[in-house]
Design a binder for this molecule. Structure first.
Ligand code: FNR
Length: 346
């Protein structure tokens, strides 16, 4: 089977709504709202652009006929709801132009939408420019996926010069660059290194949803690396790490977002926007474009209710909502010298 088809199939086989570290965040019921639901606005500025909602369709597919159809459906949802959408890594199309249409379908369906192209770290400025040109993309995502590559039987084994290559791309590419993980999170040190390279948008994409070590291990004949299935920082842990970095940048949360409450909690912690992958693909595969659109509308309505519950009209103000951490998330804070009272007593 084509690797991209295998990834999508395994991601869906393993997909399940499960408890994750978002359950370790409790919102303090703390105020009289003194406002109406109609007072809320979901508008957010990301990559110097205004978006009507604080979530988007994150990188997934392309590279085969089947994934072309997934990309078509996802692009229909993105167009209808005015969502930013990222394609999966276009490196397959740069190597083999015969699969380019599985990515360009996204631009064809949504000629004026905000589309993000995607490539792995370790690629050159020239490749980055070609990835953008392929889709007339508005931005480029560069993904970090060491854990995935190492577990992937045919994966890369050379990770030298990633940071210097990212720096060259960020400094010279004419469109904004988002550096993202693929479900293993980041630490404050990694985020700081990226910021020092000039990166201004970072998606910490943490553990808690799709696990690429689990997916790649299932593709190994012996499946001997199952102990890495839960490798990495969870999305809340990685967000708290990133928030320790003093510089200002666009902080994006993804990894295990299953409902509007997860988005709300990510924004309360300090993310500007959230990327949705596994949940959106699952929804579209099982219910088509209509179900995808319904999900976006439902989550938007729920976010307005949640904002009203804690008396916040704007997403920016969500950062004032007090939250209490428990269990392993609190342990993480203690061991990593993150002051959890900054969040619980604000
Ligand atoms: C992904 N993801 C991904 N990320 C990336 O930067 N480039 C890629 O090509 C892919 N490919 C891909 C395929 C499939 C089928 C899935 C489900 C995911 C990773 C994705 O963008 C995200 O970081 C993780 O999936 C975590 O988010 P969820 O799935 O838990 O919401």
């Amino acid at each position: 089977m084509n690797r991209k088809d295998e990834h999508a199939a395994l991601a869906m086989d393993f997909y399940q709504e499960k408890s994750n570290d978002f359950d370790l965040i409790r919102i303090v019921h703390d105020r009289f709202p003194e406002m109406k639901v109609a007072d809320t606005t979901l508008a957010v500025e990301l990559l110097n652009q205004e978006f009507p909602r604080p979530f988007f369709i994150n990188a997934m597919t392309g590279g085969s006929q089947k994934t072309k159809e997934y990309n078509r459906q996802l692009a229909e949802v993105a167009k209808e709801c005015n969502l930013m959408m990222a394609t999966g890594s276009v490196s397959a199309a740069l190597k083999d132009p015969s699969v380019a249409d599985s990515f360009t379908i996204v631009r064809k369906v949504n000629p004026t939408g905000f589309i993000t192209s995607n490539l792995g770290a370790g690629t050159t400025l020239d490749q980055a420019q070609r990835a953008v040109d392929l889709l007339s993309a508005n931005a480029l995502q560069i993904h970090l996926n060491v854990a995935q590559e190492l577990v992937m039987p045919e994966g890369d084994r050379d990770f030298s010069q990633w940071l210097s290559k990212i720096e060259t791309i960020v400094r010279h590419l004419p469109v904004p660059v988002i550096v993202k993980e693929v479900g293993f999170g980041m630490s404050r040190k990694m985020v700081q290194q990226l910021v020092d390279c000039g990166v201004t948008a970072i998606d910490i994409s943490g553990r808690g949803g799709t696990s690429f070590t689990k997916i790649e291990n299932a593709r190994r004949p012996q499946q001997e690396l199952s102990y890495l299935s839960d490798f990495g920082q969870s999305t809340p842990e990685a967000l708290l790490e990133a928030l320790e970095v003093p510089q200002i940048f666009d902080l994006i949360a993804s990894g295990g977002i299953q409902n509007a409450y997860d988005i709300y909690k990510s924004l309360v912690l300090g993310a500007k926007s959230c990327g949705i992958s596994g949940k959106m693909l699952h929804t579209v595969i099982h219910g088509g474009v209509e179900a995808g659109i319904q999900l976006v509308q439902d989550w938007s309505n729920e976010l307005r209710l949640l904002m009203t519950l804690t008396g916040q009209k704007n997403l920016k103000d969500l950062r004032h909502v007090p939250v209490v951490f428990s269990g392993s998330l609190l342990e993480w804070c203690i061991n990593r010298e993150i002051d959890s009272k900054k969040y619980s007593m604000r």
